[in-house]
Design a protein. Structure first.
Length: 301
């Protein structure tokens, strides 16, 4: 394997003062070494010194993983192995996976171990037109590991996708993007103040990343989570739709109605869940929002 795949140019610093995790990886973010037998059938990394472990994480040979699952008809075309990496810089009020937010809470897993699992599903991917999706958390929190994983999958001829907010888009090198067939880009709001209220972060990095993907010809599926009283304002949706309509490589827009399925996790983690009284959107509201995207000639689901 050549030098660190997927690592952006030295010195790149993510927006909002978040330093890249590749050079160097802050020690606080390294998943704890455990000697367990595995996570859901994937053997976790172990049997190395702390210094060796840290070096392997920084090189992208070991990543911090929350879990994986085999899914159909979500997270990209066909049947997919979706890998959830640990760590995310956003704090979305509706996050369904709040247990993935801290990189240090994930299980350390070797990239070769994950690629062995990808290889096992090759017949499934071929039969269904599926592939590998890396989600999270935020996959671009671990660009070196992600880059190696995507490269290895590509070498097997596997269709590759990431599910990202785009907030850490500057972490993605051109080499990493070359190894992607599709980006599922979550645009969580169109007005900066609504985006900040929803995620705790700035909107602009997502807009910049989407423009970069469009300019370089990378296919995108845009995802927008519709939350009554939070993201549903007409002008907020108009702003998302206006921007998305300017992107040349958007294949579809998915409007995802908010639901309460992640709530229990917040309670279990002792985190304050602000959307406890928020209901799922009425069908009329969902149709109104989908219509706002369709008016611009976009394919909407
Ligand atoms: S970007 Fe995704 S994982 Fe991160 S806080 Fe938002 S919903 Fe949760």
């Amino acid at each position: 394997m050549t030098a660190i795949l997927g690592a952006p140019a030295t010195g790149v610093v993510a927006p909002d003062g978040i330093n890249g995790f590749y050079e160097p990886v802050p020690e606080d973010n390294v998943p704890r070494l455990r000697r367990s037998a595995g996570t859901a059938g994937i053997e976790v990394a172990g049997e190395m010194s702390h210094a060796e472990h840290l070096a392997a994480v920084r090189a992208g040979e070991i990543g911090s993983m929350h879990s994986w699952e085999l899914v159909t008809a979500v997270d990209g075309p066909g049947t997919r192995l979706t890998v959830f990496l640990a760590g995310c810089p956003l704090r979305c009020l509706y996050c369904h996976n709040p247990d993935t937010l801290k990189m240090k809470d994930g299980e350390p897993v070797a990239v070769d171990t994950l690629l062995t699992r990808v290889r096992r599903y090759l017949p499934v991917f071929r039969a269904t037109g599926g592939g590998l999706t890396v989600s999270g958390g935020e996959p671009l929190m671990q660009p070196a590991f992600l880059g190696r994983l995507l490269r290895g999958a590509r070498e097997m001829g596997v269709h590759t996708t990431i599910d990202t907010s785009g907030f850490l888009g500057t972490h993605a090198s051109e080499a990493l993007l070359d190894d992607l067939d599709l980006v599922l880009l979550d645009v969580k709001s169109g007005l900066p103040e609504t985006y900040r209220r929803t995620t705790g972060r700035d909107l602009q990095p997502t807009l910049d990343f989407s423009r970069r993907l469009s300019d370089r010809g990378t296919a995108m599926w845009i995802r927008f989570v519709l939350v009554p009283g939070l993201t549903d304002a007409y002008d907020n949706v108009e702003a998302v739709a206006d921007h998305v309509a300017t992107l040349a490589t958007v294949q579809r827009v998915e409007v995802l109605p908010f639901h309460q399925m992640g709530r229990d996790k917040w309670d279990r983690l002792g985190m304050t869940y602000e959307l406890g009284d928020t209901a799922a959107p009425e069908p009329e509201l969902v149709e109104r929002v989908r219509g706002q995207f369709r008016e611009r000639g976009l394919t909407v689901y």
